[in-house]
Design a binder for this molecule. Structure first.
Ligand SMILES: *Cc1c(COP(=O)(O)O)cnc(C)c1O
Length: 426
């Protein structure tokens, strides 16, 4: 693993050209790779040799980018996926099959909530949602003998709940299961969950990592720290022979690489949600400036949150950077350099006023996206959560007047200026 600091890893890691090779990571736009003998190729299919043979399983462009993210997180192995949804699905499905169960924080991205609560259920995997702020004993009650993982987001989207990672790691480990953390909003620039006991980290690289809103993608990073063999009966997929690879045992053959090797050579082989090398190339360009963009996102969001907090027409502001915020202390502990650029707030007068305000914004665009260079807003009650009644919205933790503001890296005064002129009209 690299001994460099995050700034250097963002620029230098992943691609290491040899004499005469391109200085910049090339796009290996090839589905397949050539070998001299049939035997050479055969050994790859047995996982006896490592090497590329088909881009659905591995591609050099993707691997270079996965390695960079792996180093940023301080992990042992990583893989890219076609989306954040695929990353979270594979991260769980790699160790939890029909008949299994997971425990998951209820402060969750809507897509993940549907994936775990509805789609995994159809595949025979049950999920129990728990309040992330509940005491350890309370969370512990959700575990069952067939529980295979605990899942949560470092900073939840859109509720902006900051995770007590050490608490979650303790509960997970005392039940013999890994903690999987979706680190999309914090990014490894602001938080490295492995340092606090998380075992597996996932990302929607679509957000800050890409940072320019040009490509959908995901990533799974394994710390290599969870001892699968100590819980061999619970994780037979990793610790017992795989008949689809002539009976190899992943933990025996690949050690700290077992989890990612299984996810690549088995789950990706069969389900095939690969990231295109073109998108991996674009993601890599984004990663090169992640260490510059994240501090600016946080700095701008802090200024905007303080401005909104002071404004007489604003009913409430949720941003962990504000001293009055419920999660300020947790944010200071786990993310001393800042959390992310996303703020939520509501206006006095409620839902209709919030909607009217958004229509008056000039520079700040109404889009479904978050966490890229351009400031944008979304009204979950009218958009992503449109089908819900006000009562259902409250249960889901989404206030009917909630505006999600993703603060970009423009000049902070220009962002505030646009908010100001729109607030004046209401
Ligand atoms: C957006 C998002 C996802 C889903 O990622 P896609 O790349 O859109 O599939 C998962 N988790 C979090 C926290 C997200 O913000």
């Amino acid at each position: 693993m690299s001994s460099y600091q995050a700034e250097t890893i963002c620029i230098q890691s992943g691609w290491h050209p040899k004499k005469g090779e391109p200085r910049v990571l090339p796009i290996y736009q090839s589905t397949t790779f050539k070998y001299d003998t049939s035997d050479q190729m055969g050994r790859l299919f047995d996982l006896e040799d490592s090497g590329y043979f088909y881009t659905r399983l591995q591609n050099p462009t993707n691997d270079a980018v996965a390695e960079k993210i792996c180093e940023l997180e301080g992990g042992a192995a990583a893989m890219l996926t076609s989306s954040g949804q695929a990353a979270n699905y594979y991260a769980v499905f790699n160790i939890c099959e029909a008949g299994g169960h997971i425990v998951c924080s209820s402060a969750l991205y809507g897509g993940t909530f549907n994936l775990f609560g509805a789609t995994l259920k159809k595949q025979g995997i049950d999920c129990t949602f728990i309040d992330p702020d509940a005491p350890e004993e309370e969370i512990a009650k959700a575990f069952r003998p067939n529980t295979k993982a605990l899942f949560a987001e470092t900073i939840s989207n859109p509720a902006l709940v900051v995770l007590d990672i050490e608490k979650f790691a303790r509960v997970a480990h005392s039940h013999g299961v890994p903690l999987i953390v979706d680190n999309t909003f914090a990014t490894p620039i602001n938080c490295r969950p492995f340092e606090w006991g998380a075992d597996i980290v996932t990302h929607s690289t679509t957000k800050y990592m890409d940072g320019h809103a040009v490509s959908v993608g995901g990533c799974i990073v394994d710390s290599g720290n969870f001892d699968w063999e100590a819980h061999a009966d619970k994780y037979p997929g990793l610790t017992k022979p795989d008949p689809t690879y002539h009976g190899i045992v992943y933990t025996e053959k690949f050690g700290k690489g077992a989890y990612i090797t299984k996810a690549t050579s088995q789950i990706m082989r069969d389900l095939g949600s690969i990231q295109s090398p073109q998108n991996a190339f674009l993601l890599n360009l984004g990663l090169e400036t992640l260490h510059l963009r994240m501090p600016r996102h946080c700095e701008n969001a802090q200024k905007v949150a303080e401005y909104l907090d002071r404004h007489e027409k604003v009913a409430w502001v949720n941003f962990a950077g504000l001293k009055s915020n419920k999660y300020h202390a947790l944010a200071e502990k786990y993310m001393p350099n800042g959390t992310c650029g996303v703020i939520s707030f509501g206006l006095k007068g409620g839902r209709d006023v919030s909607v009217g305000f958004m229509d008056k914004l000039k520079m700040i665009a109404i889009v479904t996206h978050v966490a890229d260079a351009r400031t944008c807003v979304l009204h979950p009650a009218s958009h992503t959560h449109r089908q819900m009644t006000d009562e259902q919205l409250k249960e889901a933790g989404v206030a009917p007047d909630l505006i999600r503001l993703s603060v970009g890296i423009e000049n902070a005064q220009d962002i505030i200026g646009d908010l100001e002129q729109a607030l004046e009209t209401i």
